[in-house]
Design a protein around this ligand. Structure first.
Ligand SMILES: [Fe+2]
Ligand SMILES: [Fe+2]
Length: 184
């Protein structure tokens, strides 16, 4: 049985709501981190075969190109816009809690990016049919990403609804431009 899933288009959501794209990115992160775990099982019996190479190639492509853009969306557009919410929009306690969550998330971006570079070397080998030792960091990376996205979705993204239509539109525009797209 193939460990690969059918391909999907890289960008399959519109740009009218930043949350749609953010959640779509999270779905892809989950899909590709789970694929990385499936590779570990696969190579135990099949070695570094064509399927492992193709799977590694898909994960590499996502985490080298799309994942950094997603972190940039959050760091340059989403978090700053939410940090600028006014007292009328958010109580002092809510604003404090939100700021603390975003601080943690920013620190986690740095940790995740460092861990990714270790995993990237392993996948880069697999893509070339080389069987390197599975990085010890892989399970922690997958768990950390899951917890990170859960924190974003439960504690941070719901506040995007407090932004004005104009602010959400501007964020969508910036996210589209970051991807070299012209939004409609
Ligand atoms: Fe994030
Ligand atoms: Fe995220």
């Amino acid at each position: 049985m193939s460990i690969l899933e059918p391909r999907t288009r890289e960008l399959d959501t519109g740009f009218d709501d930043p949350c749609e794209l953010l959640l779509s990115c999270h779905d892809k992160v989950r899909r590709f981190t789970q694929l990385a775990l499936r590779i570990v099982d696969h190579i135990k019996t099949h070695g570094a075969d064509e399927q492992a190479s193709e799977a590694a190639s898909r994960i590499l492509r996502y985490f080298r190109m799309a994942a950094p853009l997603h972190h940039e969306d959050e760091e340059k557009d989403i978090f700053p816009a939410l940090a600028a919410l006014t007292e009328e929009q958010l109580s002092a306690e809510q604003a404090q809690a939100l700021a603390e969550h975003m601080d943690i998330l920013l620190q986690e971006h740095e940790i995740l990016e460092k861990e990714w570079h270790v995993i990237e070397k392993w996948l880069d080998g697999l893509e070339k049919y080389q069987l390197l030792a599975v990085p010890q960091q892989l399970p922690a990376f997958v768990d950390r990403y899951d917890a990170h996205m859960h924190r974003e979705q439960s504690e941070v993204f719901p506040h995007i609804a407090l932004l004005s239509d104009e602010q959400r539109h501007e964020i969508c525009l910036q996210m589209a431009l970051r991807r070299g797209l012209t939004p409609s």
